[in-house]
Design a protein around this ligand. Structure first.
Ligand SMILES: [Zn+2]
Length: 666
């Protein structure tokens, strides 16, 4: 979901956007099967004769009817589940995400814990109710339905439902579920819902869990979790009033008007793990296209009233992003991408990703110098790769989607809009994407490891700051260790190897080690699975005349006629150990660069020189972005103290400013 906005909860119910979710599907009969599954899948022809991209575990066929008067959707769903688990399966869990929007849910309890000022708002009520469920050839299962809570003890949480078949489905066989359900859509809350005549319909149908690491993986819906699901096909018919303009994560196959004033649109999508759609009579549709290495991609932008001024910026950004991803990481194989611009006040539906459909953000006037629309567009499009195709488990390893995506966001935005000015580009000040990522991590640097399950972080800020900001900063620092080209090659290898599967964090780390040819465990252990703070400082520098004592009976010391003894004391304040460079400059312009392994807690360098030392700077070429406090990295002699103070003042100002900017992002 959207950028750092994830770091802030829905809070007062009016404010913050929630991290959104998508579904990632996966099947993976066993943890190691991902690569095999992929290569197998590419060889298998689909019904239309084309090779399939994924191993298709699920086939959903849904007929849905929207009633805008009551904000309800009445639907029937046929789910064909292909049992690739390698064993008989008798019990099946389903996500019922919309049930999170109820006061007794785990989602809302976590929100209240995160923001004690949060008050329940009845218009945020959402629900998904199953009226009946049967398995073809096995009869009615409705009486076996019950809610389970695999993650916590909240027996009132109804976001996971389980059914039991009268007999197991053998390995390799299919089971077909037929489900009748009804959604009550909430007033737009966390990535889904309605606002006036606008609908963003996400997480809206009963969705089967993923067989993963030899067990069902079907977590409850949490305040800070997104999704996980298996790949397959979606055939979705949407019936709604004829004046609605509709967008969806699928190809429109047909559209017909019905005699009751409604129309029915038929969509198809394949090799994806979720399906979402949007409707509003107020949209203006803008179409464009882009052609890359895998063919032409149709771009459909649905623009809300008053936002046409931003339409071209969205489109230009998505084209630039498609180009960079194609060039650097791999092809975009789908034939479309739909851009959804939520209406004014609908920001909580903005900044979210679904397969081939993303929701954007223009939450304020957005002059060209403030690149918020571009930032959100790039970020959400990036999720087509990190989540959409490389379908990691967002509940358990959110850093693999949000974090890798935040790293590629820096790379792509820097390339498209210029490093250090791709967030703000004003005549009197600029701000770069990498600084924004660093800023979000600095305040929560030691609360949780990146590898924490998404709902187990200290709070929403820690989840956002670590998952997005720290991961991006860890990877930017890693890029300096292995080299930019190697890093790009490693990310490309990871994408091409694991697309349409469900890789783990270890798969990602191993790929970087393999491509770089380096053992990087010393770094991963500290940065990825650890919480150690990285902070180096120049603790002291000073010069003493040579000799420092009065020479041969005189009352003065040498006053430097024989030169000076210069000292620099470098201190590793945090527990994170990393080699660093130190650059020392003398008054006569001479400079010395030291390389310290950082293993000890401190090191003192001593130089006998004709001149005094004037400055010392750790990491002078700014390689180590993980260093939490960069303002103690350099030290100048007394005369320059004012400059240092000014720098600190500017830093404080900048931090506050960044905080303000991040608040706008929600
Ligand atoms: Zn995201």
């Amino acid at each position: 979901m959207g950028s750092r906005s994830a770091a802030r909860g829905i809070a007062d119910g009016g404010t913050k956007a929630r991290p959104t979710a998508t579904i990632v599907s996966s099947q993976t009969p066993n943890a190691g099967a991902a690569t095999t599954a992929n290569s197998e899948a590419t060889a298998k022809p689909s019904a239309n004769g084309k090779a399939t991209l994924s191993t298709r575990v699920v086939a959903y066929q849904i007929d849905a009817k929207l009633d805008p008067a009551t904000h309800t959707i009445t639907a029937t769903e046929t789910l064909t589940y292909h049992n690739l688990t390698g064993q008989p399966q008798q019990e099946f869990p389903f996500h019922m995400y919309l049930n999170a929007f109820q006061p007794q849910s785990t989602f809302m309890a976590e929100q209240r814990l995160d923001s004690p000022e949060y008050e329940w708002k009845p218009e945020h009520f959402g629900s998904i109710r199953i009226n009946s469920i049967e398995a073809t050839g096995m009869g009615d299962l409705t009486s076996t339905m019950h809610f389970i809570q695999p993650d916590d003890a909240n027996t009132l949480d109804q976001t996971v439902m389980q059914v039991k078949l009268p007999k197991p489905v053998p390995p390799g066989a299919d089971v077909e579920f037929k489900i009748a359900f009804q959604d009550q859509m909430p007033a737009v809350v966390a990535r889904t819902g309605y606002l006036r005549d606008f609908y963003m319909v996400g997480q809206w149908f009963p969705k089967v869990g993923v067989w993963w690491k030899n067990a069902w993986n079907c977590h409850q819906f949490h305040e800070n979790t997104e999704f996980f699901a298996d790949f397959g096909t979606f055939d979705v018919n949407v019936t709604l009033p004829q004046n609605e303009v509709v967008g969806a994560g699928g190809d429109l196959l047909s559209e017909k008007n019905n005699s009751d004033g409604t129309k029915t649109l038929a969509f198809h999508s394949e090799d994806v793990h979720d399906f979402s759609w949007t409707a509003s009579p107020s949209y203006t549709r803008v179409d464009d296209s882009w052609t890359g290495s895998a063919g032409t991609v149709q771009i459909h932008a649905l623009i809300s009233p008053g936002h046409m001024g931003t339409a071209q910026r969205y489109i230009d950004c998505v084209k630039g992003t498609l180009q960079k991803f194609d060039e650097w990481y791999g092809p975009y194989p789908y034939d479309r991408i739909t851009l959804v611009d939520p209406p004014h006040g609908g920001g909580r539906a903005g900044g979210m990703e679904y397969p081939t459909l993303i929701t954007l953000d223009t939450s304020w006037l957005s002059p060209k110098s403030v690149l918020l629309p571009e930032l959100v567009t790039e970020h959400e499009f990036g999720h087509q790769y990190w989540y959409g195709m490389v379908a990691t488990n967002e509940f358990e390893e959110a850093w693999l989607d949000e974090g890798i995506n935040s790293y590629t966001e820096v790379k792509v935005l820097d390339a498209l809009y210029g490093a250090d000015k791709d967030v703000l580009n004003l005549p009197y000040g600029t701000l770069g994407e990498r600084d924004l990522q660093r800023a979000s991590y600095e305040g929560v640097a030691d609360t949780d490891p990146m590898t924490r399950y998404a709902w187990k972080f200290l709070n929403g800020n820690a989840y956002g700051g670590i998952t997005y900001g720290k991961t991006a900063t860890v990877l930017l620092t890693l890029e300096k260790i292995v080299g930019e080209d190697t890093m790009r090659k490693a990310i490309r290898t990871y994408f091409m190897r694991y697309r349409f599967t469900h890789p783990t964090g270890e798969d990602f780390l191993k790929t970087i080690e393999e491509v770089s040819g380096q053992n990087l465990r010393w770094y991963f252990d500290q940065a990825v699975s650890g919480t150690a703070i990285m902070d180096y400082e120049v603790m002291d520098l000073h010069s003493d005349p040579l000799p420092w004592y009065p020479a041969s009976g005189g009352k003065d010391s040498g006053e430097g006629k024989n030169g000076f003894r210069n000292y620099v004391l470098v201190h590793r304040k945090g527990d994170f150990i990393m080699p660093v460079d130190l650059q020392v400059r003398f008054k006569n312009g001479e400079a010395v660069t030291e390389h310290w392994d950082g293993r000890d807690r401190w090191i003192r360098y001593t130089y006998d020189r004709p001149d005094k030392i004037v400055s010392a700077e750790i990491d002078p070429t700014h390689q180590v972005l993980l260093d939490r406090d960069m303002f103690n990295n350099s030290h100048t002699t007394a005369g320059d103290g004012k400059a240092a103070r000014k720098l600190n003042y500017l830093a404080t100002f900048f931090d506050q400013w960044i905080g303000q900017f991040m608040a706008w992002l929600t």
